[in-house]
Write a protein that binds this ligand. Sequence first.
Ligand SMILES: Cc1cc2nc3c(=O)[nH]c(=O)nc-3n(C[C@H](O)[C@H](O)[C@H](O)COP(=O)(O)OP(=O)(O)OC[C@H]3O[C@@H](n4cnc5c(N)ncnc54)[C@H](O)[C@@H]3O)c2cc1C
Length: 366
Amino acid sequence: MDFGFRPDSFPSKALPRHSTSCDKNVDTLIVGTGIAGSALAFELEKRNASYIVCTEQDTALANTSSISFGHCRIPKQNELEETIRKSVLHLGDNEDRVRFIYSNAGSVKDFFSELGIRYKKRSFGIIPSGKERGGAKILRALQKNISAIETSAHLVHLSESNSVFRAIFRRKGTHFKVRAKKVVLATGGYAGHFAHTPAFRNHNLKIFEMVQLLGGLVVNNHCVFLHPFAFNRGREILTGNKVKLGQFVDNEGNLVFRKRTRHMLENNCYHECFDRLLAESNARRKQGHGIIFAFGNQAIPIMPAAHYTSGGIRTDQFGRVFGCNNLFAVGECAADGKRNGGRLPGYPFTAAIVQGKVLGERLSKK
Ligand SMILES: Cc1cc2nc3c(=O)[nH]c(=O)nc-3n(C[C@H](O)[C@H](O)[C@H](O)COP(=O)(O)OP(=O)(O)OC[C@H]3O[C@@H](n4cnc5c(N)ncnc54)[C@H](O)[C@@H]3O)c2cc1C
């Protein structure tokens, strides 16, 4: 597919990691160092492309991607159509996009091998092995290979004129500019307890305004997906087999969920009934109860937490923002799905890795 990029007149070498806050010219500017931004930067770095990747945080590891498990969904060949059907019909996702992502999901294994990340199989895909959080492990491995990271760089303005983008970043009371032919927004959604979430959408709302001013579309901004079983202030969630090993009880030790719901929990089908889990546990909360997960001799207080957002910037499957030439949005800032049902678990990491590979290839072409 022709992306319509014109020959590069910008410097072809990546900027040094610890460059000062002076203005910069690059071919591709990436905003965000989560899985979406880092996976793409890694691909550009490998191709010796001219790029820079910025984060408003003091460290490139401070984002939602680092606190996630890094579980990547890879449908088996005989599950592919069913996975796509579920994503489209049940969750309202875009068929072209999910077909593209899941058909190429096998490349996630190559990506892990390339980075030397050992992984194990899980119910719907693969997850990094070892004690460290999967998301942090992947990001650390990626960022070791990325030389052009700018930290403490908060994007505050983005405009375009004569096919050149001009981005203004605020850094600790000063500002610097980046001129780029292509801009990739990888600014995330929101997840976890707001106070602990670097990618809290307040920031992103400004990003959305910038996109709209450039002629792009932002849709379904209200679609926030709540996970019913968060703890440790939303930094962690109960997942997988653990959920069926304990009981959810209220302050007085009464079982919280109805029999049918408990049956789904016991069968590890809790992702299919989040709405019901939230409704039943919130009914109990309204009566003044807390919800506790009793597991062996542990009692973990559970709260719903924002897990991810389905709405955001309208793009095609390659991340191209509709209506804006050479502007891209990848990862959670892009809209995928249109209902509160959200995405299938493990989709975000797979999507970021697959899109990173394809976009890296395309954006590095002169
Ligand atoms: C507890 C938990 C577990 C999860 N487990 C999984 C899992 O196992 N598998 C899976 O696929 N998904 C999982 N998810 C979802 C997944 O983590 C997210 O969808 C994904 O990390 C989003 O990645 P991202 O790169 O789009 O955004 P983020 O990781 O949120 O990164 C956004 C980046 O943009 C930067 N940024 C934002 N605004 C600006 C600005 N104005 N200027 C400069 N920089 C800016 C931020 O600093 C940050 O670097 C989990 C989520 C949670 C909360």
